[in-house]
Design a protein around this ligand. Structure first.
Ligand SMILES: *Cc1c(COP(=O)(O)O)cnc(C)c1O
Length: 401
């Protein structure tokens, strides 16, 4: 409410950015994935402040890492400054160097590949499969065999757990192990999701997670890198803290990063984590209510869930087929925006991004269609059924028009 008043009082130059032909829609009051407080954050912050530890080390960070290890089943977890930092550190640990190829799913957020590109790696984007919208293991297998024949295997393969849905890590591992290619799973948005009974990312050499404000549990920013490999974890920890060798004076064989998570953020994450199972249940209930409320509309479908996985449904995603519906994804998005409801197209595939114009790709038609038709709907775990009815009614209106 206070936010609305502030927006109304904003100077016209902010309210009408460029051209001014059409007034922009009001700022949404119903957001895609706002943070959901657990209640214990203040007490946890106070306890951390009282402990005197504010550094990216100490008892709160250690407790958060232990809680994450418990939640994921990974024996080694490092709490880091962001999910993007976790990916960067992961690439460094896998020895990514200029000229190396790094392969990932084309249907992902740019942060998946950004750090590798900045390290001089050459990205290659692979299509997703229609059953899960995640990296297509059969395509990966064929492409790896071809790459092996060319004598140019990728340094790493990076499957992405999309909108809370795990990739088929067993199949991806099967394809990669044959050629000794390590797997780094971008599980940023899949905390609480499972694949074949194991937590997201388990089975990969490394997995990265994010605690950004929009994720299913948040630390107000932050990330984690997880592994089953003790030696890899030790090296990652050393690199994350400026690559200090064990010596009383500062001794360095290489350079590292300042990537540890602040104790202040870890305190928030620590208070949020016990609610994870409840948050997954709430997001899955949101998805079910969308299916109940919209499932009868012609030309509208939802993101499928393969038999081998249980998605956290971090975001609920609808597909709108303009040939069968009397509307399309963009018209629905605009109608929702006009009603103060935030929604967002599915990731624009990276092989279609100008930044990667020259990067090679294998397939991409499945991802391109998901981008054209896919809309991420408000999915917050604190969204009330009444608020969700507003979203459902606004979408139904588009299909009547
Ligand atoms: C959120 C996200 C990231 C980045 O995490 P940050 O903590 O925001 O740096 C990376 N990949 C995917 C798929 C994400 O959803």
């Amino acid at each position: 409410m206070g936010q609305g008043q502030e927006a109304a009082a904003a100077p016209p130059v902010l309210a009408f950015p460029r051209g001014g032909r059409r007034a922009p829609p009001p700022p949404p009051d119903l957001l895609l994935s706002p943070p959901h407080l657990a209640g214990g954050e203040m007490a946890s912050l106070q306890a951390t402040l009282d402990s005197g530890w504010l550094a990216p080390a100490g008892p709160t960070v250690a407790a958060f890492e232990a809680a994450l290890a418990e939640a994921t089943g990974f024996p080694h977890v490092l709490a880091l400054a962001s999910g993007t930092a976790a990916l960067h550190l992961g690439y460094r640990c896998l020895g990514v160097a200029p000229g190396d190829e790094v392969w990932t799913s084309t249907l992902t957020f740019v942060a998946t590949i950004g750090p590798a590109v900045q390290m001089g790696a050459l990205p290659r984007f692979l299509d997703v499969c229609p059953e899960s919208w995640t990296l297509d293991p059969a395509l990966l297998e064929r492409e790896l065999a071809r790459a092996a024949r060319r004598g140019r295997l990728p340094r790493a393969v990076v499957p992405v757990d999309l909108f809370g849905q795990c990739s088929d890590l067993d199949a991806i591992r099967g394809a990669c192990d044959r050629w000794g290619v390590p797997v780094l799973s971008d599980s940023a948005a899949a905390l609480g999701a499972t694949q074949r009974g194991r937590h997201a990312g388990r089975g990969a050499r490394l997995a990265s997670f994010s605690f950004n404000g929009n994720k299913i549990v948040t630390a107000g920013g932050g990330g984690a890198l997880a592994t089953e490999d003790a030696a890899l974890a030790t090296r990652a920890r050393m690199l994350a803290a400026q690559a200090k060798e064990p010596a009383a004076h500062y001794q360095h064989e290489t350079t590292g990063y300042n990537y540890g998570m602040s104790s202040v953020l870890a305190a928030i994450g620590l208070a949020q984590l016990p609610a994870l199972a409840a948050r997954v249940a709430a997001r899955r209930a949101v998805f079910e209510r969308y299916v109940q409320g919209l499932g009868d509309l012609p030309g509208l479908r939802f993101m499928p869930e393969p038999a081998w996985g249980r998605s956290s449904r971090w975001l609920s995603v609808a597909l709108i087929d303009p040939r069968r519906a009397r509307t399309d994804r963009e018209a629905v998005r605009r109608a929702l925006a006009a009603a103060g409801i935030e929604s967002r197209p599915v990731w624009k595939p990276l092989h279609l991004q100008p930044a990667f114009r020259r990067a090679p790709h294998a397939g991409g038609a499945v991802a391109a269609r998901l981008f054209e038709q896919g809309l991420c709907l408000p999915s917050g775990s604190a969204m009330t059924p009444e608020q969700q009815r507003r979203v459902i009614a606004a979408i139904r209106d588009c299909f009547r028009a």
